[in-house]
Design a protein around this ligand. Structure first.
Ligand code: GLC
Ligand code: GLC
Length: 660
């Protein structure tokens, strides 16, 4: 038995860590010799290694210390890390040095993100390189390319069923095309974000194939069970993530005569991180991606990476330890690489992934859901109640604030937050589902259900931003007033994510008001997954409209949305108050108006956002005390407000107020 010290760490762990490193030194020497790494570069690596070794060793020991082959794996992990540094291209090493001195680069008001599917946007990577100027024109400085790796044939869950992490889907190009795009983006000042889909592989990944061929070593990469006994025991406490795909979390594999753990689709096999060989193998894949020139890895499905009988197998403490271990190794070998967590779970859990030691960035699913909630209810009570105690993050970390992404919307707010202001969470979620599927009387939204669970009555929502905000309905009804309101709603939402603190992230297509695409049902590989409704192809013809200055018809709507979005982005980038995360709510004493103050290094900006289609007033005195001044200019409309009179907001208007 190993005793634990006061910190919960195994007794004498630091001594064990140091001794282990001492014993492993010759392995490092081998890597340096074989790769002809000079003295300066070795010591750069070794300095970082020494800074991170003890905590890394402790984590690995807690996860894997009881394994008979622990020392072997530690040795391999260290070699893998040294090899990654040896393989790191010169420009990336320069970037590493630069970012070590500027660790908060992502807190800048200049950072604005976009996400896209390469095939839907530009067919392939070569053509994507031709559109770097489009990203610049829009004002993006951070680009997330949806998974573009080699995938299984047929349904591949939008790229999330990966059969090889080191090669690009041949339909999109080659790994060299990706490297060249990464270099182009870097030169254009745009950071590259790619997915690290480390919870599962496709059923035709090399490891899964070996498992299917009966190779025991690779069977241990996954969770395989000969009969239902153990799966049933797990199942007792598990959620179902894709209940319309299959009931339960396990899939029978005929060839192996085994049940396979498949949290998501049946062809996505969960990896067994209880096995240190899996950790090491994925570490190599992570370093490979980092060395292609990726600035941020989006850690996919983080909540699910550790399983333990008798628990929900989500958000377990070991999941955090695993990510921390990956993070320490990134600090050692590829230090400019950051992690963004994709934890679409309860807000109490989302925040646990966020720290400089774990994921420096995180999607903000709660803000996303509550912005839509506020649009539906025209009330800001729940969003205020939530932001009040949930927006603040540790130093050197940031939210990624988004409105739509390639996935569905789930109503991930806290039931107690809702209860505090007299909202019954269950009923409210039912209402929101009704509203966003357009069934609630008077609804402007045109979403459709995703993963409706007959057993629990639960569902999530698919649909593009424009369709959910009312544009689809307005265009269909050819109602000018409704079109105007829909566009205002979109600008309002962007106005919040661009100003509330953190990295704003557009899902490309939002900038021109992309509507739902109902064609997906004709493709058998997509028909079963309603998320394809909000993953349409880019319509480049709208750019011609932009250039032609067409002033009527739907063309002008796209123009209008593009120009307003572009203008708002440019404005954000000119306002130092919007850097960082610091945000204080302002009680506007108007239940339709969200108010907050942003302060960064002495710069201040007040934001007031009207979530209703009626004119709303806020007492000018509120501005005077929050903004410490008597006259304010709305930098969006360039209108001046005097604090002696009430501030009037137009329907769905957002004001960014700066003292003049
Ligand atoms: C993530 C992705 C989602 C995918 C799932 C399985 O949640 O965002 O699109 O279905 O992981 O990889
Ligand atoms: C679940 C998962 C999330 C994933 C989503 C895909 O909500 O928690 O990780 O993105 O399903 O729909």
């Amino acid at each position: 038995m190993i005793g634990l010290n006061d910190n919960g760490a195994p007794e004498g762990i630091e001594f064990k860590a140091d001794l282990t490193l001492e014993r492993l030194k010759p392995r490092l020497e081998e890597v340096w010799r074989n790769n002809e790494i000079d003295e300066a570069q070795r010591s750069e690596f070794e300095r970082r290694l020494h800074a991170h070794w003890r905590p890394l060793f402790e984590i690995l020991f807690r996860l894997y210390g009881s394994r008979y082959d622990f020392f072997f794996h530690i040795e391999r992990i260290l070699q893998t890390a040294a090899q990654a540094w040896s393989d790191r291209p010169v420009e990336l090493r320069d970037l590493d040095r630069h970012r070590i001195n500027e660790p908060d680069w992502f807190q800048s008001e200049k950072i604005v993100g976009g996400a896209l599917y390469v095939d839907l946007f530009s067919d392939n990577l070569v053509k994507a390189r031709e559109h770097v100027d489009y990203f610049q024109k829009l004002g993006l400085s951070y680009l997330h390319l949806m998974p573009l790796f080699a995938v299984r044939p047929g349904n591949n869950d939008g790229g999330y069923a990966i059969s090889n992490y080191r090669s690009v889907d041949p339909r999109l190009g080659t790994i060299d095309d990706l490297r060249m795009l990464a270099a182009d983006l870097r030169r254009a000042g745009i950071s590259l974000v790619l997915d690290f889909v480390f919870n599962h592989t496709a059923d035709d990944h090399g490891w899964a194939r070996k498992a299917q061929a009966g190779d025991r070593e690779y069977q241990e990469f996954y969770y395989l069970f000969p009969d239902r006994t153990v799966p049933e025991q797990y199942e007792a406490t598990l959620r179902e993530i894709f209940p319309t795909v299959r009931r339960g979390n396990f899939t029978w594999h005929d060839g192996m005569q085994q049940w396979v753990w498949t949290t998501f689709n049946s062809f996505q096999w969960d990896l067994n991180y209880g096995n240190p060989a899996v950790f090491r193998a994925m570490l190599e894949e992570m370093f490979f991606l980092a060395n292609v020139g990726v600035d941020v890895l989006r850690l996919d499905a983080v909540a699910f990476i550790w399983k333990q009988m008798g628990t929900g197998c989500e958000n377990l403490p070991e999941a955090h330890l695993l990510i921390q271990a990956f993070n320490h190794l990134a600090r050692i070998s590829t230090p400019s690489l950051l992690f963004k967590s994709e934890a679409i779970v309860h807000p109490d859990e989302v925040v646990k992934y966020i720290s400089p030691q774990e994921c420096q960035l995180s999607y903000n699913p709660t803000l996303m859901a509550l912005l839509w909630e506020s649009l539906a209810t025209r009330q800001v009570g729940l969003i205020m109640q939530t932001l009040r105690h949930r927006h603040r993050l540790p130093e050197h970390t940031a939210w990624v604030n988004y409105l739509r992404c390639h996935d569905d919307i789930g109503w991930t707010f806290d039931d107690d937050d809702a209860a505090m202001i007299g909202i019954n969470a269950y009923d409210h979620r039912q209402f929101l589902n009704q509203f966003y599927t357009g069934q609630f009387p008077g609804s402007f939204a045109r979403g459709i259900p995703f993963q409706e669970n007959i057993k629990t009555g639960d569902m999530r929502i698919s649909g593009t931003m424009a369709s959910l905000a009312g544009l689809e309905q307005a265009i269909e009804e050819d109602d000018e007033e409704k079109k105007e309101l829909a566009i205002r709603r979109m600008i309002l939402l962007h106005g919040v994510t661009l100003s509330i603190g953190g990295i704003p992230l557009l899902y490309l297509g939002e900038e021109w008001g992309m509507l739902n695409d109902y064609e997906f049902v004709t493709d058998p590989a997509k028909a079963g997954d309603s998320r394809w409704i909000h993953r349409p192809k880019m319509q480049w013809d709208y750019l011609e409209e932009l250039n032609d200055h067409i002033e009527s018809g739907n063309g002008s709507i796209r123009n209008h949305i593009f120009k307003s979005t572009q203008q708002l982005i440019a404005l954000r980038k000119s306002l130092p108050a919007l850097a960082g995360q610091n945000m204080e709510l302002i009680n506007t004493f108007n239940s339709h108006v969200l108010g907050y103050l942003r302060i960064f290094e002495g710069h201040r900006l007040i934001v007031l956002a009207n979530f209703s289609e009626e004119v709303q007033c806020v007492e000018g005195n509120k501005l005077r005390t929050a903004g410490i001044g008597r006259f304010f200019e709305d930098v969006i409309e360039k209108k001046t407000f005097e604090t002696s009179a009430p501030v009037e907001l137009e329907p769905y208007q957002i004001l960014w107020l700066k003292r003049v």
